[in-house]
Design a protein around this ligand. Sequence first.
Ligand SMILES: NC(=O)c1ccc[n+]([C@@H]2O[C@H](COP(=O)([O-])OP(=O)(O)OC[C@H]3O[C@@H](n4cnc5c(N)ncnc54)[C@H](OP(=O)(O)O)[C@@H]3O)[C@@H](O)[C@H]2O)c1
Length: 272
Amino acid sequence: MEYLQTQGISLPRLGLGTFRMQGEACRAAVESALGLGYRHIDTAEMYGNEDAVGTAIAASRLARKDLHVTTKVWHENLAPDAIRRAFDASLKKLKLDQVDLYLVHWPSKNMNLPAVFETLLKLKQQGRTRAIGVANFNLALLKTVVEEIKAPIACNQIEYHVMLDQTRVAKYLAAKSIPLVAYAPLAQGRAVPDETLIAIGRKHGASAAQVALKWLLDQDGVAAIPKASHAESQQANLEALKLKLDDEDRKAIAALPKDKRFVNPGFAPAWD
Ligand SMILES: NC(=O)c1ccc[n+]([C@@H]2O[C@H](COP(=O)([O-])OP(=O)(O)OC[C@H]3O[C@@H](n4cnc5c(N)ncnc54)[C@H](OP(=O)(O)O)[C@@H]3O)[C@@H](O)[C@H]2O)c1
């Protein structure tokens, strides 16, 4: 597994997403992934599955230092007291003393950003999270966090896949050496039946999903967290790392429509 070094943590470039997985199914999927060699699990208080994720981690008996766990605070809980309460609840459900990365899940229109980061930094200083970061922050918000608040963010987790252009945010993150963690890296499954990706995959004996993942992971400073419930897909996604795309493949992927944003809740500030 390859890692990205950021703010004192080593982030495995391929992780397991867990949105829309709950209870026993989630526990089984995370246990399967850990057994196959995944060392990066992405969860959030909003997913309602931290308990199941924690149970799978405990059962894995992996050394804690070998595992990266990200969780996130929901946008309704960004007041300092609410962050502290949400964090305590997440840690308890995960059955951990510390998470590796704690993210603001979504910006909210009325959040007090300096107060949010003061609270997150305190959690980091207390050793309860090893690093802090953001998700779904547009360029303007990122600039505020990095250049005005000067918060040591370890990533921006955003929607990014073969059907969505993220050049502006990606360039900014790269210039600041901040990893981009691509969520919905398979365009929520829509990459799977795409004819262009299928044709590229056929050439290499790979699937469309593997092509979509490798296109992301060929980019410097990018990690990806596909959600996969079944062992077969989890294994296939791990094997995507071995695929070698060529210039012709990249050209065909570049020509796909890049305006497909599938996650856009009304409560968040506009994208650009
Ligand atoms: N920060 C945020 O606001 C945010 C927002 C959205 C998502 N996320 C994170 O990102 C993760 C991934 O995003 P996502 O779950 O929305 O979408 P995704 O990972 O792009 O797509 C998941 C879909 O792809 C299928 N799949 C996975 N591997 C496959 C393979 N090798 N072949 C064929 N199909 C495959 C899955 O099947 P199964 O249904 O069989 O598993 C599922 O239907 C989430 O789980 C979550 O952890 C974060």
